[in-house]
Design a protein around this ligand. Sequence first.
Ligand code: C2E
Ligand code: MG
Ligand code: MG
Length: 537
Amino acid sequence: MTATRETLRSWFYRPWFLAMLAAVLSSVLLLALSLFVAVHQIEQNESLEMNAQGERFLARLEQLFGQLREGLDDLEAQPLRTCDKDMIATLQQVTFNYRFVYEAVYMDASKICSNRPRQEGTSLARPPDIKDPTYSYWLNTTTEPDENRAALMLGRGNFRVATSRGHLTDMVDLSPGSSLLVILDHGTRAIPVLGSAQTWPPTKPWPPKGSDVLQVTPTRLIYLMPTKSPEYQLVLITPRTGVSVPGAWWWLVPASLALGVVAGFMVFLLVRQRQSLDAELAGAIRRGELQVLYQPIFDLDSRNCVGAEALLRWRRPDGTLTSPDLFIPMAENTGQIRQMTDFVLQRLLEQLGHLLRANPQLYISVNLAACDVMVPRIGQVMARLLILHRVAAKQIAFEVTERGLIDVVVARENLQALRDVGHQVLIDDFGTGYCSLAYLQTLPVDCLKIDKAFIDALGHDAASSGVAPHIIHMAQALQLKVIAEGIEHEAQAAFLSSEGVKYGQGWLFAHALSAVQFIELITRGRRLAGRRLDDEA
Ligand code: C2E
Ligand code: MG
Ligand code: MG
């Protein structure tokens, strides 16, 4: 089990494997996304078309029903009530007047007469399928493909008028497999007036809930037409054409593959660069490529230097300087950070031990990583070095970030142990994590370092409010010292000072200095001599 996991892990460190994975994933993702968009578009068009067809159909049906009714009303209004030549002429006149009336019939107990020779099977004796106070409706359910068969018949008194199947089909262009259904008996019976019979009901429940006239199922589009009578419903059903991939989409295949290859290549380069950086970092201490710089911390009122923050630099053999923001997280991942923290402690005491002994008020603060806080090791390493260099514990402070306090219970215990022997504990980059006031109260800390981002927010004129004053008041309420980080303008320093912030560091005063430069600054009298000190690195 562990062996399998190890093999899997090792695959994820191979640049070409990660590159291929990135290429395949990005191609598949791009293709899937474009396919989804294309299919969605087709479905939308399909629905729009059906809606338009349904509306057209409805308008024509209303016209058709209107003509049948008007024809009937005309017949009912004229005085003739016997089957004779005049009656036949009247019936013919009605079919002539109304385009959608194919046949007009008069019938009484003894006789039937029509403008056309009567057809077999068009029974007039059958009771109507639908009946309202004025009209009766017959629906012809035969599926014979006879264009002249009556598809719809309306009756009033002794008269009947019918439209033929041909009249209906010339009116609407029904695609193959589509049907126009009349739904009776409260939605339970469906009679196809045009097209073939359909499985009924097409959706459950029927009628569907909601007000949408168009229902879309995986195989059919169902258009429910609003009708004036609650006795029946008119439904147009069309099979779905089958959503096929649009031709243009295939052009996206090579484009997506090409993009995938580019993404894969970039991942390959990135992983390779990172891995080589990883490997290089492993030997950096041994090869003496790491150096420690000191950024002075000043009293904002007197402008005296009270201490410094130790900051690591990695100068690679080709002379390039790699930012700690890049290599510290890497060292935290690989565990090399412990070695680095030890290196910083050792180097700072070697370089500044003498200065610290001569200036007992001076202190240097050291950044700790999360894993340094989780074990008591730092305290032991420190104790040994302090004895060796005869430096007081209060002259070394430790900076921990809010993110570094993963397990607060363990961290609290270790930080307390450091404070017990005389070290100061500072919360670095304060405000960028999730520390609340209540949480802060439970931590053994002496000082908050306000993150540069909040100092930047004060702007050049520094008159703005923002988060910094809030953090300052919070720290004051908890009786914690405050150090402002990243002061770049005089106005910021003045504002912070007026708000009661005692200490600050930033490029306004000095960049990070080499040990020699820092010693010079202190021995020169700790006061800023008007000019800013430049970064040695
Ligand atoms: P940090 O501890 O918050 O250090 C302050 C960073 O702000 C330093 O960047 C410093 O050079 C920079 N800085 C100071 N004043 C100004 C200013 O006025 N303007 C601007 N733009 N920047 C200013 P640096 O040295 O690049 O360090 C970055 C981060 O790397 C540090 O942030 C710290 O989290 C980490 N780091 C540096 N050295 C060590 C180390 O020895 N151990 C550990 N664990 N982390 C370290
Ligand atoms: Mg720091
Ligand atoms: Mg910071």
